[in-house]
Design a protein around this ligand. Structure first.
Ligand code: PMP
Length: 318
């Protein structure tokens, strides 16, 4: 009885009886959709997924932010771990807009998952399945500065996994790190790589700020986030210098500010790391300026659309 109640509370957070999902080419009710209990994905964590957001833009439209980049990464993730990928990026973007429309969603979090059929062996599959779900979700680390703790868990060795793939199995590492941080009374974990360099959070990339410059770990031991790439773009546009290089916890603790960035978390500043507070007032940092610029980018507030005689729009970065 208690279990049934817990289940329905969880369900209500993501879907209800009228929620529609995309499932292998069809739009069906989430509550009625089925998946194979003998799926290789369920048994071994062998699937790939994306975390995408759509936003209501300042012009009143709904826009999936960097839709193409996310679905291309989904495809590359599937290819990296040998899961067949039978769909085109265009087809999946169109299906996602339809899911948003059918559920009357504007600001939403979108979760496509490509998973394997029934297969208890480790052999390759000729088939795979896709599901696209969407729901409303606030920034997953909240909107206040967060207290971060160095994790006892490291990110996986890139020779053990295809780390550039967003594969479900990698997230056991993320779950363990995040649960450990919360059990110690912190908001989130920060993981190092196998060499002891700072890598990333369980579901977000990290930047720190020192004397007007930003620093972020290079690709190799991290998931190269689409938000990380957006932050790099914004820095270029705003004339902010960024270094992609390795660094250790001690250097990070001397920083003026630091933040996590990711699709689900957006841009969220650190209050402290291992209870050591960051030096600068967040509101006076360039990190805060990046946080604002990111919000303006996803909602298209930074684009001025001027109608011409041809009714073409011209975008200018403000
Ligand atoms: N690192 C990890 C481990 C993640 O799970 C995520 C979220 N996908 C990110 C970084 C940030 O990636 P993105 O900006 O593409 O969401």
């Amino acid at each position: 009885m208690r279990e049934a109640k817990a289940l329905s509370t969880t369900m209500a957070q993501y879907y209800n009886d009228s929620t529609i999902i995309y499932n292998n080419g069809q739009f069906v009710k989430a509550a009625e959709a089925k998946m194979d209990m003998y799926s290789q994905s369920l048994h071994y964590g062998y699937s790939v997924f994306e975390g995408i957001r759509s936003y209501k833009t300042v012009r009143g439209t709904t826009k999936i932010f960097k839709a193409e980049e996310h679905f291309v990464r989904l495809k590359n993730s599937a290819i990296a771990i040998n899961l067949p990928f039978h769909w085109t990026v265009e087809q999946l973007i169109a299906a996602t807009y339809e899911v948003l429309k059918q559920n009357n969603l504007g600001d939403a979090y979108i979760r496509p998952v490509v998973y394997a059929p029934a297969n208890m062996s480790f052999a390759k599959n000729e088939q795979s399945h896709i599901v696209i779900e969407a729901w409303e979700m606030a920034p997953f680390l909240g909107d206040k500065l967060i207290r971060v703790v160095s994790s006892s868990f490291q990110r996986p060795n890139p020779r053990a996994f295809k780390l550039e793939a967003k594969a479900a199995g990698h997230y056991v590492n993320s779950i363990l790190a995040s649960q450990e941080a919360k059990s110690k009374g912190f908001d989130e974990a920060l993981l190092s790589d196998m060499n002891g360099n700072i890598a990333e959070g369980p579901g977000a990339n990290i930047f720190f700020e020192k004397e007007g410059k930003l620093v972020t770990p290079p690709k190799g031991h991290i998931l190269a986030g689409i938000t990380r790439a957006t932050v790099l773009e914004l820095c270029q546009e705003m004339g902010i210098e960024v270094e992609e290089r390795h660094f250790l916890t001690d250097e990070l603790k001397q920083a003026d500010a630091a933040f996590f960035c990711g699709t689900a978390a957006e841009v969220i500043g650190f209050e402290s790391l291992d209870n050591v507070k960051f030096q600068k007032n967040w509101n006076e940092t360039i990190s805060r300026a990046i946080q604002v610029a990111y919000k303006n980018r996803v909602t298209e507030k930074d684009q001025k659309f001027q109608s011409t005689e041809n009714n073409k729009s011209q975008s200018v970065v403000a």
